[in-house]
Design a protein around this ligand. Structure first.
Ligand SMILES: NC(=O)C1=CN([C@@H]2O[C@H](COP(=O)(O)OP(=O)(O)OC[C@H]3O[C@@H](n4cnc5c(N)ncnc54)[C@H](OP(=O)(O)O)[C@@H]3O)[C@@H](O)[C@H]2O)[C@@H](O)CC1
Ligand SMILES: Nc1ncnc2c1ncn2[C@@H]1O[C@H](COP(=O)(O)OP(=O)(O)O)[C@@H](O)[C@H]1O
Ligand SMILES: [K+]
Length: 492
């Protein structure tokens, strides 16, 4: 992402509604809203000139609101700089800044239907931005189709028209932009999928709204070290291994020990002082032939687990990867929950509670110390009602589940959302697509478990874990497998 000024907080996510309140606060503090529009339009023109220096004709599509107003300004400035700039669209609503922009930069406004693609066209999509609240009309859908078919590059103003800034979901037909120029703060729809893809390269621009006004109670951010750096595990020279946490990973049976080994290796490489695999006896030899620094402890049943758990140094648990036995997964989870220590449930650990969601909701009261790491399918199994509610964004769904289970949710995917029961949410937007490989989720569970074992609070551990996972994938490179991934983790 490019940005124009370091003063902008590029990690804050602001809903379109809150952005409206910020605009209002700016106006009330005496800031000239037309001045903001002029700066917005100037940024759009600058992005076009710098990224498409060979443009033959700028095609400015102007909507009826302020998004269209930005388009009129950009069109006027491009014309003044010698670029052929043709405006198509509807007349602005009278009385507002858009009407003022239309007046300040007069010229023909042709019907949208009249645009026929030409070689060298670049579209400035200023039809709808934050004010979009329904599917675009059929005539606009046809124009979007025409642009797509012709392969005409699109620079979107604020948001590609048709995209919800709140959810990242198209409301109907939607432009796919190669660049999106937005102002003051990112919106969730810029990062949530498929919005992130539809926006293309993001340009976050300062249009002069003072930083003190760009604040929000939305408690949403782009995942970033600023969210967790202050809670990173302390390391001092005199520390011994138990001071750096003891992570326990529960293994599945003989035929399925690989997942636990991936989690355990990732846990060790993320800085836990010790990692022990709790293994069912039949798996001991299979595990022993692969493990060196990671220890094993046989756990045949709940009674053995209970005895072992009296060792207070066992500081966090990962249960689920390759685990298999769903009934045992539930009873073991209940046992570790009773210790008051942090737990990551992944894979079979999640599936085990799909039909016992009420039980899961009761197990972890108090300060959040349960982390759930579902992918889309696991999320649906746990929270079908939230998954199937089309009015909810992925952030809303993750928050709903976090509050239901008093857990930190790591709702995985290309746009992994981390949400805490207190409402904080972060969207991870820079993991590479090759992270989607078998066993990658096991590695993530191990990283988060490790950070929990080292004393990080659950939300911060989850945010940091997701970031470390993505960074390891970048280091491991395209074509990596989950073992490579675990080998490329660097501790916080
Ligand atoms: N952030 C900032 O500080 C600054 C923000 N600025 C800019 O302002 C933009 C927000 O402007 P905005 O509020 O006027 O909304 P905008 O997106 O132009 O929509 C306008 C109207 O369209 C209509 N409408 C909606 N959906 C529709 C549909 N599907 N099909 C047809 N019509 C539809 C609906 O009107 P209705 O028809 O419902 O009466 C709606 O009110 C923002 O994105 C940014 O570009 C800058 O100027 C600088 C300062
Ligand atoms: N397109 C993508 N871009 C980036 N990360 C992705 C993408 N798709 C999946 N991931 C990540 O890859 C990991 C896959 O985990 P999971 O689905 O549990 O796989 P497995 O069960 O094979 O371990 C998750 O961390 C997820 O967020
Ligand atoms: K737009």
């Amino acid at each position: 992402m490019s940005r124009t000024l370091m003063a902008i907080d590029e990690t804050l996510l602001v809903s379109p509604r809150t952005m409206g309140k910020i605009d209002q606060a700016a106006a009330e503090s005496g800031i000239d809203s037309f001045g903001l529009m002029q700066k917005a339009g100037a940024h759009v023109a600058a992005v076009l000139l710098s990224h498409f220096p060979e443009v033959q004709r700028a095609v400015i599509l102007c909507g009826p609101g302020n998004n269209g107003g930005d388009g009129h300004v950009a069109g006027g400035l491009l014309a003044a700089s010698g670029v052929e700039a043709v405006r198509f669209g509807m007349e602005p609503k009278p009385g507002g800044d858009a009407a003022r922009a239309r007046q300040a930069y007069p010229g023909k406004l042709l019907p949208l239907e009249d645009w026929q693609p030409r070689d060298g066209d670049v579209i400035v999509d200023a039809l709808f931005g934050a004010g979009l609240d329904r599917p675009v009309a059929a005539s606009i859908a046809a124009l979007i189709e025409r642009a797509q078919h012709a392969g005409t590059p699109v620079i979107a103003v604020d948001l590609p028209s048709g995209l919800s800034g709140r959810t990242g979901e198209p409301t109907g037909a939607c432009f796919a932009a190669s660049h999106t120029v937005t102002f003051a703060a990112l919106k969730p729809g810029h990062l949530l999928m498929p919005g992130r893809t539809l926006c293309g390269q993001m340009h976050l621009c300062d249009i002069g709204i003072p930083a003190r006004l760009i604040r929000s109670d939305d408690a949403m951010w782009k995942n970033d070290p600023g969210l967790y750096a202050s809670k990173r595990p302390l390391t001092d020279a005199g520390q011994h291994k138990y001071g750096r946490g003891h992570l326990v990973v529960f293994s599945g049976p003989l035929s399925a020990t690989g997942a636990a080994r991936l989690s355990a290796t990732a846990g060790l490489n993320s800085g836990a002082g010790l990692v022990t695999i709790a293994n069912p006896p039949g798996a001991t030899l299979a595990l022993a032939s692969h493990l060196t620094a990671i220890m094993q402890h046989p756990v045949r049943d709940e009674a053995e687990l209970e005895t072992w758990l009296s060792d207070k140094r066992l500081s966090a648990f990962v249960l689920g990867p390759g685990f298999g036995d769903l009934e045992k997964a539930r009873s073991y989870t209940a046992r570790v929950a009773a210790t008051g220590r942090p737990v990551v449930l992944d894979a079979d650990g999640l599936t085990a509670f799909a039909s016992e969601t009420d039980l899961l909701a009761k197990l972890f009261a108090g300060e959040a110390r349960l982390v759930l790491t579902p992918h889309e399918g696991e999320f649906r199994r746990l929270c079908g009602d939230l998954a199937d509610d089309p009015s909810l964004s992925k952030i809303d769904r993750a928050r709903g589940a976090a509050s239901r289970f008093n857990a930190v949710m790591v709702y995985k995917g290309a746009d992994t959302v981390i949400a805490a029961p207190d409402g904080r949410a972060a969207v991870n937007a820079d993991a590479p697509a090759w992270l989607a490989t078998a066993g990658s989720g096991d590695v993530l569970a191990g990283i988060i478990g490790s950070l929990l074992s080292q004393g990080m609070p659950a939300f911060e551990a989850a945010c940091a874990g997701v970031a470390l996972h993505g960074e390891a994938a970048i280091r491991a490179g395209r074509g990596m497998n989950a073992e490579d991934l675990a080998g490329h983790i660097e501790p916080l």
